[in-house]
Design a protein around this ligand. Structure first.
Ligand code: SAM
Length: 205
């Protein structure tokens, strides 16, 4: 794929440095990260370079693989792996991972795209596959007590609904409850640029 036709997300370019700075702390003891919903692949190529102690395993629905592979070909890293087909509502392709232990999971901007049922499936999958004492980091916009944290998030939520009525900015309280059901506790809720958050959970089975 020529460079000019690589899939491109401006928001990934805008947020990647701030996210990497937080992941550096959250994943400092981790060895392998499973990224769910890698999207264009821009985050993966950047984070693999910034966090060379980690094996960075991309994944997404098959429709996004060509773009992710094109970014990986453009900016390879020895610790970066080609995407696995992972739909959170299907069986996860755990047998295809290079290392059997998943001690970290990362996802960005996926929970507001997925339906509520998919988000529930996602947390069930994390509960099943994330190792004890493993880290889970999720980046994106969240509501607090049902309230938008900014006017831009309110407008974004309206736009999401117009694209797909199943999509919506999620309440942090609901996410915390789903996490608690899978033995995960919130370590830190990081404020991020552009009214986003990065939620860092740790699992204690
Ligand atoms: C808005 S994009 C975010 C992509 C990228 N993480 C980013 O921050 O730019 C949402 C991603 O969620 C993925 N996604 C949606 N539903 C999914 C599901 N059921 N299982 C796994 N990934 C899903 C999409 O394929 C897409 O890559």
């Amino acid at each position: 794929m020529p460079v000019s036709s690589l899939p491109y997300s401006q928001s990934c370019e805008n947020n990647k440095s701030a996210i990497a700075a937080v992941l550096e702390q959250c994943f400092n003891q981790s060895s392998q990260v499973l990224e769910v919903g890698s999207g264009t692949g821009q985050h993966a190529v950047f984070f693999a370079k910034m966090l060379p102690h980690l094996l960075w395993q991309t994944s997404d629905q098959a429709v996004n693989h060509a773009g992710i592979n094109a970014w990986l070909a453009q900016e390879p890293s020895p610790n970066l792996r080609a995407p696995l087909t992972l739909d959170v509502s299907q069986d996860w392709p755990i047998a295809l991972l290079e290392k059997p232990l998943i001690d970290a999971i990362f996802t960005a901007n996926t929970l507001h795209i997925m339906s509520k049922g998919m988000v529930e499936d996602f947390f069930t999958g994390i509960g099943k596959h994330l190792a004890n004492k493993g880290q889970f980091c999720v980046y994106g916009p969240f509501n607090y007590q049902g309230r938008y944290s900014s006017e831009s998030n309110r407008n974004f939520d309206k736009w999401l609904f117009e694209q797909n009525p199943q999509s919506a900015i999620r309440d942090i309280e609901w996410i915390m409850a789903l996490a608690a059901k899978q033995s995960m506790q919130l370590v830190t809720d990081y404020p991020m640029p552009a009214n986003n958050r990065l939620l860092h959970f740790e699992k204690h089975a």
